[in-house]
Design a protein around this ligand. Structure first.
Ligand code: NAI
Length: 377
């Protein structure tokens, strides 16, 4: 099967997420990396793209040049990834969708709910795919958890408890470091700091595994380093449309936690637990029974998990291969085979609505607020 053509905006040299996209997009032979506007400094972006093997005429200085350059080519890109800082996602994603390209946008998809609704409608109108990189949902054992919930293996879900808490912004003496500071600056980050950065992965995961949507929430935000204008710690209680009770803690000052993203789902007949630092295992306990470890690659997994397990049991797969699973689903979708697990623009706008609802709730002392975007009420 011919490779699809792929380009990236952002994700330049030294960026955090760029390498995971490059590894992920190319891991399974679905995409050829043929175009890029990789850096906010045009010359640095052009030079780096060429070092990565992109032809000089497709190593662009900025995204507008890339849009114009790709638009009219016979071999134009099939998919563009937007891996720039948050405040640029809307404008770039909108322009590429309108020009007929499929887009994979980094999270958070937009800064406002209105922008998120706009992107969702443009994707619908143009028939283009707009995916959002909720890559944790593409780990094989997360797909297994979702399949188990759907199959009724733990009965009706009563409760979901999740946290995404790390300690990497805990050092008050480092709070002015430019790579840290922008995340708590409303001009750069928007209305929310830690909740919009990490909390939305956890909230998306709760919806994804429970196969349900967040309806309302109540939030408590704190800036534990007082110079920060945005929260570095948040506790969010939520309810889902089928009555599931949700609890979410997210923090960037939890010293000792590295990448502490985990989720537990408690149903009427069993419980599940998945932890991002041991992503190849899913812990399952049937009511009254023994705790079992379900391993990626073992026999008897649901198809959704088996399909995305590449290397043998006990050979670890990690973050870039979870991103690669998003690209596999995207390649299938671009070729016309719908993939149910692929996070799309509606998931992106739901996250934005939850972020704005949490900010409103926290400002109002924790009152319960409708967390759904107007278009889905
Ligand atoms: P970063 O600051 O490490 O890198 C940003 C890159 O984008 C740099 O190479 C910069 O030169 C380039 N850039 C900035 N403005 C640009 C423009 N207008 N045109 C072209 N290139 C531009 O940022 P990081 O951490 O890689 O984050 C990028 C995005 O990825 C953010 O939206 C972030 O939320 C998201 N992210 C998602 C993760 C996930 O798990 N899905 C994990 C980490 C980041």
């Amino acid at each position: 099967m011919a490779k699809l053509n792929w380009g990236m905006i952002g994700g330049g040299e030294g960026s955090q997420i760029g390498p995971a996209h490059r590894l992920g997009a190319q891991a399974d032979g679905h995409f050829a990396f043929v175009a890029g506007a990789l850096d906010h400094r045009p010359e640095a972006g052009r030079a780096y793209a060429q070092r990565l093997g992109i032809a000089p005429d497709r190593a662009y200085g900025d995204w507008k040049e890339m849009l114009e350059g790709e638009r009219s080519r016979a071999d134009r890109i099939d998919l563009v990834t937007v891996a720039t800082p948050n405040s640029t996602h809307y404008e770039i994603t909108r322009a590429f969708l309108e020009a007929g390209f499929h887009v994979l946008c980094e999270k958070p998809m937009t800064m406002t709910v209105e922008e998120g609704e706009d992107i969702t409608r443009i994707a619908e109108r143009t028939g283009r795919i707009c995916a959002v990189n909720y890559c944790y949902s593409a780990y094989p054992m997360v797909r297994q958890a979702r399949a188990m919930v759907r199959a009724g293996d733990i009965g009706k879900v009563r409760l979901v408890v999740t946290n995404f808490s790390h300690g990497h912004h805990a050092d008050a003496t480092d709070a002015d470091n430019p790579r840290v500071r922008w995340r708590y600056d409303p001009a750069m980050a928007g209305v929310s700091g830690q909740f919009a950065d990490c909390g939305i992965h956890a909230l998306h995961m709760a919806s994804f595994i429970c196969d349900d949507e967040v309806e309302k929430l109540s939030a408590d935000f704190a800036s534990t380093i007082p110079s920060r204008q945005l929260e570095d710690d948040a506790m969010v209680n939520f309810r889902m449309s089928r009555g599931t009770v949700g609890r979410l803690w997210t923090s960037s000052v939890a010293i000792g936690r590295q990448h502490g993203f985990d989720i537990q789902v408690f149903g009427e007949t069993g419980g599940l637990r998945w932890h991002s630092e041991q992503p190849n295992q899913l812990i399952y306990t049937p009511v009254g029974g023994r705790t079992q470890i379900i391993e990626k690659g073992e026999a008897g997994l649901y198809d959704e998990a088996r399909r995305l397990s590449r290397v043998a049991i006990a050979h670890p797969e990690g973050f870039p291969l979870a991103v690669a699973n998003i690209y596999c689903d995207l390649a299938d979708a671009i070729r016309g085979e719908a993939r149910d697990g692929l996070p799309l623009a509606p998931a992106g706008v739901r996250s934005m609505a939850a972020v704005h609802a949490a900010v409103a709730s926290a400002r109002a002392g924790g009152t319960w607020v409708d967390a759904r975007p107007p278009m889905f009420r």
